[in-house]
Design a protein around this ligand. Structure first.
Ligand SMILES: N[C@@H](CCC[C@H](N)C(=O)O)C(=O)O
Length: 311
């Protein structure tokens, strides 16, 4: 079977996008691996199928029923797969690229300042387009996987990357998908890291984890007069390997650095709520919203389209 695809990326976290507007495509893990293969396929970190939420519900994806119960307007679903064929709950860069794809297909129009409610395995996400062209996504609520005590301790896991003599402390953050964030003290060490293999995390997370290595770069005046924070990050993604950006990872990085900064200071309100996260593929913005939600903003690019054999 030949299918049309679009190749897109968000800060160089790249995806093969498939428009399955009737919800008829039965995408197997093997097909995903072939599409994502950088030598024998199109090449991408992940594959995103755009399908009607109702079709996924009919196919027995329980989360699709939950999405429609949460918001009946979430008629389109982002069926995200990692390059190794596994399903993940969420992909922050993917949500932005999915939205640009849905706009290109004429399924949604955000030009008048509207919002898209889209279904994901991590629940309904709302997306708007900013005047700059960046997409801003309400990623919903986040939590410390180790519970509130891990904020005081600053860590709930130990992480060892190739080349380190000893494991270092990490903080686990849940954004629908799992993350473990480790702080490094200088950018030269971050640049030299070997992320060719997955860092080892103890205790071993039951469903695996994405690992973010971060260097807090300090604070600076923000565009609206306040203070914003800046972080540099590299990431090793579950089901993919090292990628040039990870949206949920950028949120986890900002939330971990903010948690560390707020602990033990007299006035935690002075700690920035907005963070710019530099990744190898560009820069994204993370903002704390009211109600315990977090917002991710950044670019989304659609690069080319074509046809591929999907046997
Ligand atoms: N790159 C994504 C995250 C994709 C899923 C991740 N690899 C996982 O398995 O949780 C992002 O931009 O958030």
């Amino acid at each position: 079977m030949t299918v049309r695809f679009t190749k897109g990326h968000g800060t160089q976290n790249d995806f093969v996008l498939l428009a399955d507007t009737r919800g008829e495509m039965d995408l197997t893990a093997e097909q995903v691996r072939r599409l994502a293969d950088r030598r024998s396929g199109i090449g991408a970190d992940g594959v995103i199928r755009l399908a009607p939420t109702a079709a996924l519900a009919r196919a027995g994806e329980e989360v699709a029923d939950a999405v429609l119960a949460e918001d009946p307007e979430a008629i389109w679903f982002m069926d995200y797969r990692n390059g190794d064929g596994s399903r993940a709950e969420m992909c922050g860069n993917g949500v932005r690229v999915f939205t640009a794809f849905a706009e290109q297909l004429g399924l949604v129009d955000l030009s008048g300042g509207g919002e898209l409610a889209l279904g994901t395995r991590g629940g309904v996400k709302r997306v708007r387009r900013e005047p700059s062209g960046w997409y801003a996504v309400d990623m919903g609520p986040w939590s410390l996987s180790g519970g509130p005590d891990s904020a005081a301790a600053g860590a709930d896991a130990m992480v060892l990357t190739p080349g380190w003599d000893a494991p270092r402390p990490g903080l686990s953050i849940d954004l629908g998908n799992p993350h473990t964030v480790v702080a490094l003290s200088d950018v030269a060490e971050l640049a030299a890291l070997d992320l060719g293999r997955a860092p080892a995390v103890e205790p071993v997370p039951p469903h695996g984890t994405n690992v973010e290595l971060v260097v807090p770069l300090g604070e600076e005046p923000g565009p609206d007069g306040g203070t914003v924070g800046r972080i540099r990050m590299r990431v090793h993604e579950r089901g993919v390997g090292e990628t040039r950006s990870c949206g949920t990872g950028a949120c986890a990085a900002a939330l971990a650095v903010r948690t560390w900064a707020a602990h033990g200071v007299e006035d935690p309100h002075g700690v920035p709520s907005t963070w710019f996260v530099e990744v190898p593929g560009g820069e994204v913005r993370v903002r704390l919203l009211h109600g315990g939600h977090v917002e991710l903003a950044g670019p989304a690019e659609l690069v080319f389209t074509g046809e591929v054999e999907l046997s």
